[in-house]
Design a protein around this ligand. Structure first.
Ligand code: PLP
Length: 378
């Protein structure tokens, strides 16, 4: 052990934003008064409008979680065959395809942003390809112009998994305005959340109309069920939490930005540790602080650091490891061959997500960095 004392209480990789309890009580009283708990109630309808305004998107539909939103996005666009996606993401991205009977085709990622490498997409297009599903991973915007250029050339749809990108803008354009559909997650671990929840953003009102029917069993009107939808509705209590938390988001992002800059300052120049920087023209949202460990230069491997930090009550996450292309359900796909995914394979072995949330104290960040540095010196 180094001379730095462990934390007295566990420090987890994130801590959820919480609404003010008095304000929540007032919202609950309003729901009790209305006596409508779900089925696109008053709170959910208001939240859809407020979120569309906040995210500056034309049309938005709420869902019970981000995975259901992604699954229904594929359905709304009537995708079939193969969809090109990234292996460096949370399981939900590939699983949303699988549950639609679609075949994920894994594309390698870029070194700098960990997002899909547009240069590698065209080689993966086959007569079966109907769409591309890239991920704005860690809030880093994908190369939207190149990706959408390729999609247009080959007549493909684009669904962005924007689960990490709430509030991000590129050249003044909101992240949800790109592609055919963007899918957000409002899981409690995200910057903005409704405990569980998600949304789809569209530029086309017809797509929202279909999504709204699909999240409600395919019911179009009282006597018309037009297709086999599912139950993907967000309830009123969660929508109320979403309404209350929306006003905290700018402060949360600002504080996360300060913490990110503090981490960068303190870890700058430590041999074997590297991390991303702000990208030109991008308004970032700072959802994660991810470092890359080069084990040879740092002295211990990423996995050893991850384990050692537990002894100090610091619980980091290996985001994203293993790659989706390593899961038993996908590893036999030809595109899952590790030789096709050299960048993703290497990055997945090196990344470690450090604790980051708005209520963290500067001293906590300083202590975490001291501990990391002391482990290197051992
Ligand atoms: C990249 C990505 N896509 C999709 C999801 C799924 O969202 P949810 O947990 O709301 O279903 C998540 C996270 O949870 C995610 O990180």
């Amino acid at each position: 052990m180094s001379t730095v004392e462990p934390f007295a209480r566990p420090v987890y990789v994130t801590a959820p934003l919480l609404p003010d309890l008095t304000e929540l009580k007032a919202m609950l009283e309003a729901i009790w008064e209305n006596r409508q708990l779900t089925n696109n109630g008053k709170m959910a309808r208001l939240l859809e409008r407020e979120l569309a305004a906040f995210l500056r998107v034309q049309h938005l539909s709420l869902f019970s979680n981000g995975t259901t939103a992604l699954q229904l996005a594929c359905r709304v666009l009537r995708l079939h065959g193969e969809v090109i996606t990234t292996p460096f993401t949370f399981a939900a991205t590939s699983h949303a395809l699988y549950w639609n009977g679609l075949k994920p085709v894994f594309c390698d990622i870029e070194e700098e942003t960990f997002t899909m490498d547009p240069q590698k997409i065209e080689d993966l297009i086959s007569p079966e390809t109907t769409a591309i599903m890239p991920v704005h991973v860690f809030g880093n915007p994908c190369r939207t112009e190149e990706i959408e250029g390729i999609a247009q050339k080959h007549g493909l749809k684009v669904i962005y998994d924007a689960a990490h990108a709430f509030g991000v803008e590129v050249g003044g354009k909101p992240i949800g305005a790109f592609g055919d559909i963007s899918a957000f997650s409002f899981h409690a671990t995200k910057i903005y959340h409704t405990i569980e929840g998600g949304a789809l953003a569209f530029n086309n009102p017809y797509l929202k109309e279909r999504a709204d029917a699909l999240r409600n069993f395919g019911i179009k009107s009282e006597e018309s069920v037009t297709e086999p939808g599912i139950n993907g509705k967000l309830n009123e209590i969660q929508a109320a939490i979403g309404l209350l938390l929306l006003k905290s988001v700018p402060i949360e992002i600002e504080r996360r930005k300060e913490i990110t800059y503090l981490y960068r300052n303190l870890l700058q120049g430590v041999p074997g540790i590297s991390f991303g920087k702000d990208l030109e023209g991008v308004t970032h949202n700072y959802p994660y602080f991810v470092i890359q460990i080069n084990g040879e230069e740092f002295g211990i491997t990423r996995d050893q650091l991850h384990e050692k930090l537990k002894e100090y009550n610091i619980f980091t996450r290996k985001y994203f490891y293993p790659l989706c292309s390593h899961f038993p359900c996908y590893r036999n796909l030809p595109s899952a061959d590790k030789h096709n995914l050299p960048v993703a394979e290497r990055i997945a072995e090196q990344v470690l997500s450090l604790p980051l949330y708005g209520s963290m104290e500067n001293e906590d960040v300083e202590k975490i960095c001291d501990i990391i540095k002391s482990l290197r010196d051992m």
